[in-house]
Design a protein around this ligand. Structure first.
Ligand SMILES: Nc1ncnc2c1ncn2[C@@H]1O[C@H](COP(=O)(O)OP(=O)(O)OP(=O)(O)O)[C@@H](O)[C@H]1O
Length: 471
């Protein structure tokens, strides 16, 4: 039964239309405007008389009313840019006695404050989207090639030559070496020189993923796989990296339960997203890295032997900096170039005395420590020549008692001689390391929880763990 509206006068109907916050346009089957309300006309800079009888696309920017009047398909909550603002448009076909006769459209003009708010929100979201798009593209490509690996010492050159040689093959590579020796740099360079270089390079830090999230991060999950899961599911990093290279950094920190799942995925060359039935084929090259002794971990039962064999097809061992003193000057100069770009400096050089001091130091934190020392120097430098006085005390005074030096290297304030006054930066670093170790102890080794206790983000926590060599 049709509702009888004949008791409503046309004035009433017009008034009712004006009360609504939506603005209205009605077109006939050919997309010709048969009605448009005044506020709509005002907004698009026309008049009622001018608009009536004209094709809608001549009057309203980005309209699709004429299309809906032809297809009979409604379009709901479409975003329609008009006059530089994004409107929300609904378009409905009009059927009379089952026959398509035209279309009825509404656009919402919120009040100016709301509109401004809506525009700002949209702009912020678009900016955020662009930021993440760029970030995603940057993160999925290798940033370094073998040319970026500096070092002429015999041992380093041998490691580099092996890397270059195996880059072309598809075999798994295990890169071992102390923290800060350049393992990640090697992984980038291998991918860069491989046939997979035009496909993604996805670096995964196994120490930074909480155990419960490992499987879903690596293999993805299906819609509704668990409470809090994103609607529509999520792609895993292994599928994101398809045809490219996955770099599993700190593989020694991968929990045992995950090690078996990883092994299965590598053997079967497929992954099964969490909560899903189907498997997805993957074509990947794996490069893993660790500063831990995996052989010892196998003996202790904390690392799977079969996974070790799978990853360790080619082993590249990067020697620590103290065993390649000849490289220190060349690496320092390369790092200085990088730092000069960061701090807008030019022409910075090391004095011969500083080169000697740097060569005498043991470098427990390897190249990363050297980088930090040079960054400190460039910060306190007035001219262009880095002198001894620009180095931290523990490197400047190599004759310091062994125990004192050890304690300073470890950034532990416990054994610092009361006479030794250190630069503020080091004192702060020691305090920071102490606070992090303490938080980790309280959080029972859970790095995420420790970061929360300290009120810092997890990325910042993991970065600092690397700098202070906290495991
Ligand atoms: N041979 C090298 N030439 C130039 N820069 C280097 C070299 N080796 C390392 N670096 C620099 O030293 C820093 C540490 O390197 P990287 O992160 O690759 O070490 P890592 O062994 O992966 O450390 P970790 O085990 O802590 O993850 C980086 O800034 C890197 O650019």
């Amino acid at each position: 039964m049709k509702l009888d509206m004949r008791r409503l006068s046309i004035d009433w109907l017009i008034e009712i239309i004006h009360i609504g916050i939506e603005r209205i346009v009605i077109v006939d089957r050919d997309g010709i405007i048969v009605y448009i309300d005044e506020a709509y006309c005002e907004f698009i800079g026309t008049t009622f008389d001018d608009a009536i009888g004209r094709p809608v696309q001549e009057i309203i920017e980005n309209t699709r009313m004429h299309i809906v009047a032809k297809t009979g398909e409604k379009e709901i909550e479409n975003l329609q840019p008009i006059n530089g603002s994004v409107m929300i448009a609904n378009r409905y076909p009009i059927f009379i006695d089952g026959k398509l006769v035209g279309a009825f459209g509404t656009v919402i003009f919120p009040d100016p404050d709301n509109l401004r708010h809506f525009k700002n929100k949209m702009n912020n979201l678009l900016e955020e989207l662009n930021f993440y798009k760029n970030k995603a593209v940057n993160e999925l490509t290798s940033k370094y090639s073998f040319d970026d690996l500096i070092g002429n010492s015999h041992t380093f050159k041998a490691a580099k030559a092996l890397g270059e040689k195996v880059a072309g093959s598809d075999s798994s590579v295990l890169i071992t070496g102390e923290s800060g020796t350049g393992k990640e740099l090697f992984a980038h360079a291998i991918h860069h020189s491989s046939a997979r270089s035009s496909f993604p390079f996805v670096a995964i830090n196994c120490a930074s993923i909480p155990e419960v999230l490992f499987e879903s991060e690596l293999f993805g999950y299906e819609d509704g796989a668990f409470t809090g899961a994103k609607k529509g599911g999520k792609e895993g990093l292994f599928t994101v990296a398809n045809k490219g290279t996955v770099f599993l950094d700190e593989i020694g920190d991968m929990p045992l339960s995950m090690q078996s799942k990883l092994l299965r995925a590598l053997q079967e060359k497929e992954v099964q997203p969490v909560g899903g039935q189907k498997t997805i084929p993957i074509d990947l090259r794996i490069i893993a890295a660790t500063n831990r002794d995996l052989t010892k971990m196998i003996e202790e039962g904390t690392f799977r032997q079969d996974l070790f064999y799978r990853l360790n097809v080619i082993n590249i061992e990067i020697p620590p900096l103290r065993k390649r003193k000849d490289d220190i000057e060349a690496i320092s100069n390369k790092l200085l170039q990088k730092l000069e770009r960061k701090f807008y400096r030019k022409g910075t050089v090391l004095s011969p005395e500083v080169v000697t001091k740097l060569e005498e130091h043991k470098w427990p934190g390897n190249v990363r420590e050297l980088e930090n020392v040079l960054e400190r120097a460039i910060n306190v430098l007035d001219g262009t020549v880095i002198l001894s006085e620009h180095l931290p005390l523990y490197i400047r005074d190599q004759k310091m008692k062994a125990s004192e030096q050890e304690s300073l290297n470890n950034n532990s304030s416990k054994h610092v001689s009361p006479l030794a006054v250190q630069p503020l930066k080091e004192t702060l670093a020691q305090a920071e390391k102490k606070a992090m170790t303490h938080a980790l102890k309280i959080a029972d080794g859970d790095k995420l929880a420790a970061a929360k206790l300290l009120g810092i983000g997890k990325t910042s926590f993991y970065d600092k763990c690397k700098v202070y060599d906290i495991r």
